[in-house]
Design a protein around this ligand. Structure first.
Ligand SMILES: NC(=O)C1=CN([C@@H]2O[C@H](COP(=O)(O)OP(=O)(O)OC[C@H]3O[C@@H](n4cnc5c(N)ncnc54)[C@H](OP(=O)(O)O)[C@@H]3O)[C@@H](O)[C@H]2O)C=CC1
Ligand SMILES: Nc1nc(=O)c2c([nH]1)NC[C@@H]1CN(c3ccc(C(=O)N[C@@H](CCC(=O)O)C(=O)O)cc3)C=[N+]21
Length: 284
């Protein structure tokens, strides 16, 4: 079997075209969705993601404002900046690019962003709302993954979904969203025993660990759906996922590539959340 490739970039482009129309209509009512991105330090990967976000925002018509801080910026300064943005009625979404330098505690910053402007969906209030299945900002990468599965009418209910990785931004929330869709969810992580057995039993596999070519075609059940979240820069400078795409596509039924897979969907869901926030603020 050769898998059907789910191109996130194609789906993302279609969704962005729809969003552009929605934003045009909002602008006619005087509403301009606005996202503020805070980038601390000069990590090249972070800079590259932030550029992607800026480009996509301008395509859709979402106003996007980038605030760059030096790598020695203090937690106190960042908290004051967030407080100002929380109070700024023109700003609908605030995103602080992760990871943060060591002197700044990630959780303190995440909790300082007002839940109504937390378009990343990382605030505990929004995580709690997601957990209980309430309407909220869903974390962008997990939301993008569910949207990709649904775009291909892939059945989730009753399936064995295995998530490899348990970070707060990807692994844990994607498992929760799959559970909300009635999958039977297993999480694997660095302490998991007999991981091969879990992987072999998976109908839907989400790989989010950050290790190039970790998963091979021979590891998976024939016909499994494979979602590759990993972004790894390898020796030759190119990007590759956590999945050995060439071998896995011979065994899987559906597979996502890297690049052009989950990454562009993450950015698209960020714009979706920003537009949602603007609409909610203006009660439309
Ligand atoms: N495409 C996109 O939009 C996005 C892509 N990414 C990419 O996804 C990948 C994961 O990111 P993130 O979740 O932030 O990563 P983290 O580094 O925060 O977490 C990695 C997770 O993988 C687990 N893990 C690591 N090695 C193994 C192993 N050999 N076997 C089993 N589990 C393992 C860790 O386990 P433990 O908890 O036990 O340490 C941890 O839970 C990265 O490549 C990142 O760049 C991230 C965000 C968005
Ligand atoms: N507060 C916060 N929110 C995030 O959502 C967040 C973050 N911090 N920190 C880092 C991770 C990573 N992330 C990516 C987004 C897009 C691509 C993406 O578009 N990738 C392209 C390739 C881009 C390229 O060529 O460099 C692709 O896969 O096709 C990748 C990774 C968001 N993250």
């Amino acid at each position: 079997m050769t898998a059907e490739v789910i191109y996130g970039n194609v789906l993302a482009e279609n969704l962005r075209l729809e969003m552009r129309e929605e934003v045009d209509a909002l602008k006619e009512q005087g509403i301009i969705p606005k996202l503020t991105v805070i980038l601390i330090g000069d990590n090249p990967a972070s800079k590259s993601y932030v550029r992607g976000k800026q480009k996509a925002s301008s395509f859709v018509g979402v106003e996007s404002n980038l605030i760059e801080l030096p790598s020695d910026a203090t937690e106190k300064y960042l908290l004051e900046l967030i407080d100002t943005l929380n109070k700024d009625s023109q700003v609908h979404g605030i995103l602080v690019q992760l990871p943060l330098p060591a002197q700044i505690q990630e959780q303190v910053i995440i909790e300082a962003i007002h839940p109504d402007k937390d378009v990343d969906g990382f605030h505990p209030v929004n995580i709690g709302r997601m957990l209980t299945g309430k309407d909220t900002f869903l974390p962008c990468t997990p939301f993008g993954i569910i949207t990709m599965l649904k775009s291909k009418n892939i059945e989730i209910a009753g399936k064995n979904a295995v998530v490899i990785g348990r970070s707060n931004i990807v692994g844990k929330p994607v498992g929760q969203l799959l559970l909300n869709e009635n999958a039977t969810v297993t999480y694997c992580h660095s302490k998991t025993k007999n991981m091969e057995e879990h992987i072999k039993a998976a109908d839907i596999l989400i790989v989010a660990i950050g290790k190039a070519h970790f998963l091979k075609g021979e590891d998976i059940k024939p016909g499994a759906v494979v979602i590759d979240v990993g972004i790894n820069r390898i020796e030759d400078g190119s990007l590759t996922g956590d999945v050995d795409f060439e071998s896995a596509k011979e065994t899987a039924s559906y597979i996502t590539p890297v690049p052009k897979g989950v990454g562009p969907m993450t950015i698209t869901m960020l714009l979706h959340n920003t537009i949602k926030s603007a609409k909610r603020f203006h009660q439309v």
